[in-house]
Structure formats: structure tokens, C-alpha cells
Design a protein around this ligand. Sequence first.
Ligand code: CAA
Length: 386
Amino acid sequence: MTRPIGIHDLAVATTGYVLALDDIAAAAGVDPAKYRIGLGQEQMSVPGPDEDIVTLACAAAAQIIGRHGADRIRTLFLATESGVDQSKSAGVFVHRLLGLPDACRVVELKQACYSATAALQAAADMVARRPDEQVLVIASDIARYDIGSPAEATQGAGAVAILVAADPSIARLEDRVGVFTSDVDDFWRPNDRLTALVDGKASVSAYLDGMTRAWDDYRARGGVPVTQIDRFCHHQPFTKMAEKAHRRLSEHTGVALDPTLITGSAAYNRRIGNSYTASLYFALASLLDHDDELAGRRIGMFSYGSGSVSEFFTLVVSDGYRARTRGESTRGMLAARRPVDPPRYRALRAAGASVRSDLDVSIAPESPGSFHFIGITAGARQYTRR
Ligand code: CAA
């Protein structure tokens, strides 16, 4: 008999600082309701000088290694669209900092916010071939848009680490998936830019188009009717986007989908902001932590990465999943972030943008976690664990 394969554990991390969107609304003369209601966002996580996608990835994945050890991990996929090097995978830094086995392959994947889903599917296929092995998938991103742009309020940062294994404790992946790719300039980040370029309205419409096309492919490939899906997690660049997606899926399928089927998925992203590749998996973490009735239920997952690639797939939640949820610890982590005001947030952004690979620099650890970016030496990024 084929063994089920899927998510055996999942852990999240975000930055040490937080900015209230009411504060940027006040500074910009915008009605705060535009962010709270119009976008469905309350806060954004803001990285300190010693935090980047490597330290966030380590902070998430260290929890998994602490619970399960690393002996069976033979592959690490790091998904990001805010990578720190054009050649070396950020995962290689993570591999050393976490003490993963030498006998391990490490690779970085990129396709905007989508690539963690490709990593998850590839990981499941690897485990299907060798069920005694585990794959560590980490999605880690820092969303940066131009200061003062309409997208600024949707920034955020965070990482989600997922342990993919046979006989998973949290949820099994089902085989049927729907995929869709279309070359569209809705959101992108050229190599010489730290901030993304975006056509906001076009991106919303490309996302919704990708969702219906991925859904159609899912159904054409034998996926279940929408009435057999019990909850939904849609990619959340801002949480109101998931509501738009849910309404569109309802219109597209002609089935009146209950709006509460997405309610549990928004709690973390409202307070973190967009974490690009990690956003869909923060939505899943939020749902698992806020819904006690998920055992045996099917969750529909919609993953979107601008540019664009879309995928619709499903998970079925394991009976004992509640023993693996960590809502209290995640809510504690969010509450422990130190507030920054708009001037301090802008100063942190400017300091981050001034770090260049051709200048040696030393950065003092200041964030509360164990993993820190400590500067550049001879062009190479330096990290420490303490
Ligand atoms: N009270 C309540 N609601 C208000 C309001 C107020 N005072 N003022 C405005 N609103 C509402 C508007 O009615 C609107 O709601 P609807 O979309 O339901 O109509 C909402 O607030 C946003 O208002 P605008 O459309 O005027 O906002 P904007 O044009 O200034 O910016 C945005 C919105 C285009 C999404 C912008 O934030 C942006 O560019 N974001 C980045 C791109 C993005 O996230 N795209 C999503 C799809 S792409 C993707 O998913 C990949 C990814 O992760 C980036």
C-alpha cells in the first residue's frame, strides 16, 4: 500500500520589529480604515539590521530540527524571491547554521511568491521514491516596495519551515493538482533593485485569472468538486485578497461558498504583512492554530506567484494534528515584536539599503533570536548563532 506523504511538522518565524499600519496611515494622511478594512491589514513585520531571509529561515527551521533532529533530512529547499546572493543558495548558510548533515543537497527556488509550493510538490515526490528520507522546505521572504507607494502598506517579512515526510502528523498532500503559467508583468524585481516594481491593479486581476485557470486545470485532471473542499487557504499578499479570491471561486464554480471557510487563515498575515513565498503557509499555520475541527477535512490551497505561476492543490488534515499546532507560541512571538514608529522604520530601511558587497561592514546583533547577520567580509555575508 502507498504510504501517505505530506506535512509532518511546520514552524514559523518573523522579525523582531513591528510597525502599526495606523501609524503610517497617520503619517501619510490616509484613512486608517483603508488599510484595516480595504486591505485587511493591521501591522507589518519590519526586519532589524541583523535580520534577513537567512536568519528568518533559521529561526523557523531550528524549531523543527529541535523537535525531530536532522538525521533523515537529505534535501533542503529554500524558496525565496528576496535572495541574498545571485549564485549561492541562501539554504547553504542555513545548512551550516543549523548543523544539517553533510550528506544533504541544498537548493534555492525562485518564482515570486509561488516557489515554496513547487518545493513542497518536489519534496513529496522525493519522499515517495525514498520514504525513509525527509525533506526540509523553507519559505523565507522580506517584502519591500518603494516608500510612499500604494504597495508600501502591504510589506512584511517572515519564514515558514515545513518538514515533508511519509505518514505525516499534520496533513497529507493529495495527488491531483491544477497549474497555470502566463508571462505577465504584474510584479517583478530587476537585479539592480531592492524594491519590487508592481502594477497593483494588474496584479490583482492576474492573481484572480491565475486562480480560475489553475482551478479549471485541477478539475480537468480529476480534482474533487468545490463542494468537497472544507476550508480554503488562498495566497495572501494582503488578507482582503483572499476574500476576493474566495468570491471569485464562488462565482466561477457557481457554488455559494461560505465566507467563513477562509476565516481562520487570516490571523497571522494581518499582523505580519506579505511574506511572499511564506504567506500561503502562514495562512495554513493560522488555520491549523485557530480551527479545532480540521481532522479528516480537506483544505484547498491556492498558490500564486506574480509573473506568473499559479497552482491549486489540496491537503487532508491528519487526525492528531492538534498535538502539532503551536498557536500560543506564535501569538507570543507576534506580541513580543518591538514596535517602531515611521521615522525609525524608514531609518532601518535606509540602513539596510546601504549595505554593499564591496565594503566590509560589521553589524551588531540586536534582534531577540539566536541567528544574526553580522556583516560583510571580503564581499561575503557573515552569520552567527548564539
Ligand atoms: N475605508 C475602507 N476601505 C477603503 C478605504 C476606506 N477609507 N479607502 C479605500 N478602501 C478600499 C478600496 O475600496 C479598495 O477595496 P477593494 O479592492 O475591495 O475595492 C481597497 O481599500 C484598496 O484601495 P485602492 O484600490 O484604492 O488601493 P491602492 O490602489 O492604493 O493599492 C494595491 C492597493 C493595488 C493592492 C496595492 O496595495 C499594491 O500594489 N499592492 C502590491 C501588489 C499586490 O499585493 N497585488 C496582489 C496580487 S499579486 C500577488 O499576490 C503576488 C504578491 O504577493 C505581490
